[in-house]
Write a protein that binds this ligand. Structure first.
Ligand code: SF4
Length: 285
């Protein structure tokens, strides 16, 4: 079986930066608990490594003792969480990715100019929840065509600013913008779109790869938005694709008849995991 790896793949600068901040903070305060608000990045291997070093992951800011040190994840947080941290006198270390911070800044700025903002993204994702908090009465999360219909029925204002989650597929973004225009909205977009460079480059690379192989394996966690999008992009090219969270998950896959296999990994997947997957493939197929 021939194996090809998508380029680029794997860890992006935003995740590498968040990890560097986390490890530096742990180095500078040995023996002290580092309270992490939500998963630093969506990868269970990264989370487990930080837990071994003394990081504790919590999902409520009230779970953190007054005056302790908190790390905000690469996905960003809402202003309400930041205020709650201030009220608890927490020592804040912020690992929000600069590309996510850009969308927060836009949400704040455009909320002053636009009555409505459409945030194209996946409901409930940490990043979307944080951005929504910048202007909750003006931002509507648009995930499906039905969300566009609901927005159309709920407002008479036609001017609309469109922002997006950084890790959605370009196809989803284009489809929802087309739906909004078809629903009669006068759509405006930021000069530089919000889908980040890492997401776009990895999607383009897997799109090309999927055209030349029988099957694509994406190595990434099941709650990683960008990893799930890589599977969808490969499938859209008519290629069989699977998301696996760890190298040993290939044992459960039926790769009979696959003569060429494409590999890629999500933006929060450590390179060592992909190397381990390659070694396992060499040993088993
Ligand atoms: S995927 Fe993009 S937005 Fe998310 S951490 Fe990486 S660079 Fe930042």
């Amino acid at each position: 079986m021939k194996v090809a790896i998508a380029e680029p793949h794997g860890m992006c600068t935003g995740v590498a930066r968040a990890l560097e901040i986390a490890h530096r903070t742990l180095d500078e305060h040995p023996g002290e608990t580092l309270w992490c608000f939500h998963e630093l990045v969506h990868n269970e291997h990264v989370v487990a490594e930080l837990q071994q070093r003394g990081a504790v992951f919590v999902y409520e800011i009230e779970a953190i003792p007054h005056g302790a040190r908190v790390l905000f994840s690469a996905h960003g947080i809402s202003p309400a969480v930041r205020e709650a941290a201030l009220a608890r006198n927490l020592d804040v270390v912020d690992a929000t990715c600069p590309f996510v911070a850009k969308v927060h800044a836009e949400a704040k700025r455009y909320a002053a100019d636009f009555f409505n903002i459409a945030l194209i993204g996946h409901k409930g994702h940490d990043e979307v929840v944080g951005i929504l908090g910048e202007a909750p009465t003006q931002i509507t999360v648009i995930e499906t065509a039905d969300d566009v219909k609901a927005l159309q029925q709920s407002t008479s204002e036609r001017r609309l600013m469109v922002l997006s989650q950084t890790t959605i597929s370009e196809a989803m973004y284009e489809a929802r913008v087309a739906d909004l225009k078809a629903a009669g909205f006068e759509v405006e977009e930021p000069k530089a779109l919000d889908i980040c460079y890492a997401t776009r480059e990895r999607q383009q690379a897997v799109r090309t790869l999927a055209q030349h192989v029988d099957c694509v394996l994406v190595l990434g966690s099941r709650n990683s938005s960008n990893s799930k999008r890589l599977v969808e992009v490969a499938e859209r090219e008519g290629c069989r694709a699977h998301l696996i969270a760890a190298p040993d998950e290939i044992d459960a896959l039926d790769l009979q008849g696959v003569q060429s296999l494409g590999l890629t990994s999500g933006a929060s997947t450590p390179e060592a995991l992909l190397e381990a997957l390659c070694q396992r493939l060499e040993a088993t197929v």
